[in-house]
Design a protein around this ligand. Structure first.
Ligand code: SAM
Length: 289
């Protein structure tokens, strides 16, 4: 399987800075979204023999879980644009004797030298395309007709306290331009009707979505308020803007974050703030886009 170019086609530089940041905080990021991944995997219900493509697989945690479910007679292939994350995913697979395989490529344009897949999965890896319609049309060429896709995408920020509360603090200290609806980024598909349009135009049908409502451990399970604040400042977009606004601003914002997180800290669990995601399914149309 080839290694097509990894030049980013998205607003966020996942092949560079974003990928490095995700890798640096890998355990904390994965710990935060682990329960949503488990819910998505349970909904997908993979069985032995299936061939599954994991879109935007990051460090490969979900690809490894899929590989275990589909067994040696199936296939789990993680596809990601970030070389450093693919390298880590391969290391993990080797260390655990997993049959999962990984390709580093831009899913928007990649052409895989592999038989078509029965299923496509993605935990928060589908919202970063500059041209999502073209990207999903390309992904459809990698799937069998009728193949089912399972995606986790974030719901609106107002339903995600972990994001709203942090943004509220950030806006107390610095100016942050308003979000552009539908722009590539974590909340690109907050409006499900937009995702429906994208999928329909790209040759998918029968979209259904259920809400995942829960609480998310900011900075990973068990993080203290101080650790969660440092994670936000080092790893999340708004936090990075604060960290780069100078020492005084950063320290004042950190104090506010620690105060917020102390109020939401639960012994044994960590800093728990509400989250909402959509677990979306659809099927590749049988013929024609
Ligand atoms: C929020 S992370 C999620 C990672 C992983 N799915 C997980 O749940 O741990 C988003 C991932 O999508 C990948 N990604 C972003 N744009 C991509 C593209 N055009 N092609 C392939 N992967 C992409 C990033 O490199 C990153 O690993």
């Amino acid at each position: 399987m080839g290694e097509p170019g990894t030049a980013p086609t998205v607003g966020e530089d996942w092949a560079g800075e974003m990928g490095a940041r995700w890798l640096a905080g890998l355990d904390r990021f994965e710990g935060m979204i682990a329960p949503i991944g488990e819910a998505l995997l349970a909904r997908a219900g993979y069985t032995p023999g299936e061939r599954v493509l994991d879109l935007g697989c990051g460090g490969g945690a979900t690809t490894l879980a899929i590989a275990a479910a589909v067994g040696a007679e199936g296939a789990a292939l993680g596809l990601d644009i970030a070389p450093m994350l693919v390298e880590r995913a391969r290391e993990r697979a080797a260390a655990t004797g997993s049959t999962a395989r990984f390709v580093c490529a831009d899913a928007a344009t990649a052409s895989l030298d592999a038989p078509p897949f029965d299923r496509l999965f993605s935990r928060f890896g589908s919202m970063f395309f500059a041209e999502p319609g073209a990207a999903f049309a390309n992904l459809r060429t990698m799937l069998k007709p009728g193949a089912r896709i399972d995606l986790a995408v974030w719901a609106h920020p107002r339903d995600n306290a972990w994001m709203m509360e942090v943004m509220g603090i950030a806006r107390r200290h610095i100016e942050i331009p308003p979000a552009v609806p539908r722009a590539p980024g974590p909340f690109a598909f907050e409006d499900l009707s937009y995702l429906g349009e994208v999928l329909e135009g790209a040759g998918f049908t029968a979209m259904e979505a259920v809400a995942y409502n829960g609480a998310q451990a900011v900075g990973g399970p068990g993080a203290s308020p101080q650790e969660a604040a440092d994670f936000v400042l080092g790893s999340l977009g708004a936090g990075r803007m604060l960290a780069e606004a100078g020492d005084a601003v950063c320290q004042a914002a950190r104090a506010d974050l620690v105060d917020l997180f102390t109020r939401h800290h639960r012994a044994g669990e960590g800093v728990m703030l509400g989250c909402k995601a959509w677990l979306v399914t659809a099927r590749a149309r049988e013929a024609g886009p």
